[in-house]
Design a protein around this ligand. Structure first.
Ligand SMILES: Nc1nc2c(ncn2[C@@H]2O[C@H](COP(=O)(O)OP(=O)(O)OP(=O)(O)O)[C@@H](O)[C@H]2O)c(=O)[nH]1
Ligand SMILES: [Mg+2]
Length: 368
């Protein structure tokens, strides 16, 4: 496996550099923006599997990289998932010639072509096309909405709200925002913030500072034994927001939850942070390791750093999870919105960040 760190003034610039040098299948291992001499520097670590080196492919790496090659450290579903993906590819290739977009009304054709350019999976496009062709459904968005569902994070009633995801994907930042929103919504609630990231980095200081400033109780529980003690101590709390560490190589979320006696529980919701610019194989690898019944939603982060948004639809189909939040900036304040369908469509069809008034691509948006 070839791993390299790229640096540049903006994430978009660095991602373009990575795609150029490592190709479209490069996997983002971490993505941090730092300040150096008063300037923002984006540092992204990316990796790619050498095509011809099966021995290297079997090595476990951070964020489940072995899944990229179709094998997983946990020996889980990677094999059949890879096969299924290949089969889907073959089927799409066979069916694509039958997807004659000219047979659709011009507005729907325009919207379908746009979705194709955004990188929406051919199998999804094919499904949409078949529905539209029946003539029964007039709204492409209604059909797309069946794949890309939304459920705002405040609508999750579970007492324990956990945030998990790949390294540097914005877990801690999203968690602080969710906890602050919960406190704002009802200042009388007893809300705790629990940091399970034992590395001593990963936003620990910022998490603690925001918790203290905002009247949230802060605690740490890096080890499973500490976690169980915290569970007992926080019986009287109304909500606990739990910041998970990046999973260690070979570790799965299921195991992490099991080690902390969180399986099975009906008062736990895990939200997965993902960014839209990962390669398709990277989403599969991350999902392979984070798949668990308690995972209830996707928090989309770093939307402001992405160029296309088809992955939001593809990942919704792969995981079956709704989007719960849309994060579009590094700041803790005013940079994350609860997910709603309108915001999702504006993002997809107009590249318009939530909260921004002006549509940049009104023609395609109207066509959909
Ligand atoms: N541009 C942009 N930056 C973001 C967004 N969300 C988070 N960040 C920044 O991304 C960096 C990493 O965010 P964290 O919240 O620390 O990510 P993490 O997943 O907790 O990171 P680790 O715990 O180190 O794995 C920080 O510099 C954040 O300010 C976003 O939506 N857009
Ligand atoms: Mg963190």
């Amino acid at each position: 496996m070839r791993v390299k760190t790229f640096r540049g003034a903006s994430a978009a610039q660095v991602i373009a550099q990575i795609k150029k040098e490592l190709g479209p299948d490069a996997v983002i291992l971490s993505n941090q923006t730092k300040r150096e001499n008063g300037k923002a520097v984006c540092e992204i670590m990316a990796a790619v599997e050498p095509e011809d080196d099966p021995a290297e492919r079997a090595d476990a790496g951070e964020d489940g990289l072995p899944g990229v090659a179709g094998k997983t450290a946990s020996g889980g579903h990677g094999g059949w998932e890879q096969e299924w993906c290949e089969m889907k590819g073959h089927l799409s290739a066979l069916l694509k010639p039958h997807m004659n977009l000219d047979s659709l009304p011009p507005r729907q054709k325009l919207a379908m072509q746009y979705l194709e350019r955004e990188g929406v999976d051919e199998s999804i496009l094919m499904g949409l096309f078949r529905q539209l062709q029946t003539g029964k459904t007039v709204s492409l968005l209604a059909e797309l909405g069946k794949v890309a569902r939304v459920k705002p994070f405040s609508a999750f009633p579970e007492k324990f709200q956990l945030v998990a995801g790949p390294s540097g994907s914005g877990k801690t930042t999203a968690l602080i925002r969710m906890a602050l929103a919960a406190k704002r919504a009802d200042p009388a609630r007893r809300i705790g913030v629990l940091n399970c990231d034992g590395r001593g980095v990963g936003g620990k200081a910022i998490l603690k500072r925001y918790a203290e400033l905002s009247g949230l109780t802060y605690a740490e529980a890096a080890e499973p034994e500490d976690f169980v003690k915290v569970l007992l101590a926080c019986r009287n709390f109304d909500a606990i927001f739990v910041d998970l560490p990046t999973l260690a190589p070979g570790q799965t979320l299921h195991q992490w939850l099991k080690d902390r006696s969180l399986l099975p529980r009906d008062d736990v919701a895990v939200h997965l942070t993902l960014s839209p610019y990962y390669a398709p194989a990277h989403y599969r690898a991350v999902w392979e390791r984070h798949r668990a019944d308690l995972v209830k939603s996707i928090i989309w982060t770093k939307l402001d750093e992405a160029g296309t948004f088809g992955s939001l639809i593809n990942t919704a189909q792969m995981t079956g999870l709704p989007a719960s939040a849309l994060s579009f900036g590094p700041g803790v304040v005013d940079a994350m919105a609860q997910a709603d369908s309108q915001a999702l469509w504006r993002l997809l069809f107009s590249h318009q960040m939530p909260g921004c008034a002006q549509a940049t691509n009104p023609h395609v948006e109207q066509a959909a």
